[in-house]
Design a protein around this ligand. Sequence first.
Ligand SMILES: *Cc1c(COP(=O)(O)O)cnc(C)c1O
Length: 456
Amino acid sequence: MTTATLLTNAEYFDRAKKSIPGGVNSPVRAFGSVGGTPRFMVSAQGPYITDAEGRQFVDLICSWGPALLGHSHPQVVDAVRAAVGRGLSFGASTPAETELAELVRARVSVPADGAHPAAAPIEKIRMVSTGTEATMTAIRLARGFTGRDLLVKFAGHYHGHSDGLLAEAGSGLATLSLPGSAGVTAATAAQTLVLPYNDLAAVHAMFAEHGPNIAAIIVEAAAANMGVVAPNAGFNRELAGIAHQNGSLLILDEVLTGFRVGAAGWWGLEAAGTVADGLGWTPDLIAFGKIVGGGLPLAALGGRADVMDMLAPLGPVYQAGTLSGNPVAVAAGIATLKLADATIYSRIDELAALLSNEVSLAFAAEGVEHSVQRAGNLFSFAFMSTVPRNYAQVKTQESFRYRPFFHSMLDAGVSLPPSVFESWFVSAAHDDTAVNRILAALPAAAKAAASATAAG
Ligand SMILES: *Cc1c(COP(=O)(O)O)cnc(C)c1O
């Protein structure tokens, strides 16, 4: 491979804009809220990512999660190479798909102990290619299973870009300041009931009015697409209770949290009593993505066998995919999950604690009003003095401080998410050298955040 720079980032961006809307294949990559020129990446290794101009950055996006082990982990790359050697896509079942399904099932279950019966929320799994497909299928399945139409979601929660889920969907929409998307019919939007997050009274009130028509509640296991906003203690458990009392399903979206915050995702942390006082509840369906594909396009939907068996070919709810369970993606997913052991999670927990603390200290040293948003090892920062608990609160922060902070870090060789409404991601490959580069960049960046003004 040639190392010569052919074009600059700016030239690649100009060229891309002629053939690709906005020059990007996913909106947040366009640097809309931070301004400036997106970096066009050519390679990534461990904690680093390298752009077309040959500049290397410490990467705190980690492909929005999948690079849990660091980029291009040698054993994952070997597994992918071996799979490629056997064939790219068969359009038929493969033995490895079942192995991946079994790995996920084994993780997302809690063994029985004296106090709690065995809980196995994943009995069956269907593989798809994107998180969007996983949640979209979950909703169709919930509607097919319950015979009801309405869906409850929370403001600021992102579940992918299927029509019914784009109401107040945080993340990319928050970055662009859009309430939802054009092109979604009024009839579709009317079937999505949007509630404030962490507000059980609002959920009770909605069910009192519409309960018999609500097919499901969908919720991010811990919200991380409006910055990180953890659920209040007992919130998810209470959602499960309300849904089940009303004959509705609870769809837990672990596309981002799954296999990142712990071996069994956020549900696993709650089920084990590690966080959020969440003992003793079980979602009906769980959506996975990001890490489950190890960096290749693979996502999955799992849950109760009686619900999952409503899917074709067993049941009347149709779902299919030419590349579903693609053998190369499955190989990456299996290799990643096999390597993601307790040591990896404790390393990531440790890094998250260290970095969130150091960033907070840097802001404090410059008098930047901020709060640290954390959910397990996911973290982000809100430019406000209190920790926001919902989307309305998140939006009141001084988000203009992020742009100069982001660019100062980027200039110093640290690639942060290009929006204040995104979580930061670390990998187990972020070693002392990478961490020290981040720490060295913080004082100047915090100073830039301190001197930012709303006007620009
Ligand atoms: C990323 C994400 C999705 C969508 O997954 P895609 O693979 O981008 O379609 C859904 N839900 C959550 C919580 C996510 O973070």
